[in-house]
Write a protein that binds this ligand. Sequence first.
Ligand code: GLA
Length: 363
Amino acid sequence: MNADAKDTFKQKAFGKTPDGIAVQLYTLRNSQGMEVKITNYGGIVVSVLVPDKNGKIGDVLLGFDGLDGYLKGNPYFGAIVGRYGNRIAKGRFALGGKTYTLATNNNENHLHGGLKGFDKAVWKAEPFSSVEGVGLKLHYLSTDGEEGYPGNLDVTVIYTLTRHNELRIEYAATTDKPTVVNLTNHSYFNLAGKGTILEHELLINADKFVPVDKGLIPTGQLQSVKGTPMDFTTPEKIGGRISQDFEQLKIGGGYDHCYVLNGPRIHNLAVKAFCASSGRLLELFTTEPAVQLYTGNFLDGTLEGKGGQIYQKRSGFCLETEHYPDSPNQPAFPPVILNPGQKYSTTTVYKFSVASSISGGSK
Ligand code: GLA
């Protein structure tokens, strides 16, 4: 580490959207040498550069070198997802005695905010520096009726790169009509920087998960992970049991499930992911009640990413902090309704370090 190193911030043109709007690429760098690139198109985290056990800096995020890759259509690489991360059955829900019909973009269901979700919006961006590090404040006004949702939703997402090698995301929103909100980030991590993530170890602080039907819509029950390949309450390799003959894994084509986090949690620690070959450890902290583990089951080798890398099945995994899928239609699930006068506010932190095992990291 360079003793004189400072937190820095850079901005450059990243290209134009099909409607001719110029978007920027912002580079945040901390005094430890960690670097995060974010574009205000979709609020996408384009890269996260962190050291490995030999001090070699590498990119642990899937994505593209230029804006074109993101515009061509991609499975939400690095993006802010909203208004509703995950699925809403049949793109319908009732609120205040009215039924709302949303855009359906995942067979008969609504997924990740619809046809033009927050991942495709151009956000207003404002860089800042604070006592903790450097950051980017993003703002987007989602208008009443957008993708079928009621209410003008005023959304702010603040990314901060701290001096402790954390990428913190603070989500906030207000509305002028009752609506539903479930914001998340869809970054795909690969702590080795290449290959698949099957050898990564995971620890998930969850005794239960949300079982789904064939359309990946919750059945409405919660199921214990105990004695099943869904159990990551003690460290297990992602690939260790992924191909087992277990109905939920067959339905998801691997892990594509919402884990109900145990509470209360020390510092809100939700998940740890460790890659022995690189020594990189990722710790996930969140105020959200759940996290969707998605193991890149739909990646199929058709996307050419950064540096010409071909993203094969399971080249990355997502940890989407959220409320449970289809909550607007599931009265027993924690509510996702936001009313005028209330403030939606959640925080998720991705912390990177180097460790000799998954038991390393924050205490
Ligand atoms: C989510 C879903 C997956 C898939 C990916 C994007 O994580 O749960 O089923 O749609 O997004 O490919």
